[in-house]
Design a protein around this ligand. Structure first.
Ligand SMILES: [Zn+2]
Length: 136
């Protein structure tokens, strides 16, 4: 027997965003950044980058295939004047030019050592030949 509990959907009031000026940049202090330092929000079950939402609010939707690039190189920055639209390729080129590409894509070191079994089995089997003494 299962008891049905009517759980009214609790609508949580979204946290207001708090931004703090850090140098020329704006850091979001009210929301936890992801592992890459970008702050994301959940909208209709999807994660959106906050600086992207802010930018789109002002400038309209970002064209498909385009990304937002930080001129300041701070991925956590929400200062709209630091953001510009570019392609992913631009972004990669930009990051290489700025030396942002870390040594994360180094080649596979490959197998290091083979687990050789040192001893070569030298167990020769000596077959004893039965000498047949012929009597004759
Ligand atoms: Zn910035």
């Amino acid at each position: 027997m299962t008891k049905r509990v009517n759980r009214p959907h609790i609508k949580r009031q979204p946290n207001p965003f708090v931004f703090v000026k850090e140098g020329d940049c704006l850091r979001c202090t009210s929301h936890r950044p992801n592992s890459k330092g970008r702050v994301q929000v959940n909208r209709k079950g999807k994660l959106f980058l906050v600086y992207r939402l802010l930018w789109e609010e002002q400038n309209g939707p970002i064209p498909a295939g385009k990304v937002l690039m930080h001129s300041c190189d701070n991925v956590w920055c929400h200062e709209l004047s630091h953001l510009s639209v570019g392609t992913q390729l631009d972004n990669v080129r930009d990051s290489i030019a700025k030396g942002r590409q870390g040594p994360s894509h180094q080649g596979n070191p490959g197998p290091k050592h083979w687990n050789w079994k040192g001893g070569i089995s030298q167990g020769y089997q000596i077959k004893m030949r039965k000498l047949r003494v012929s009597q004759g």
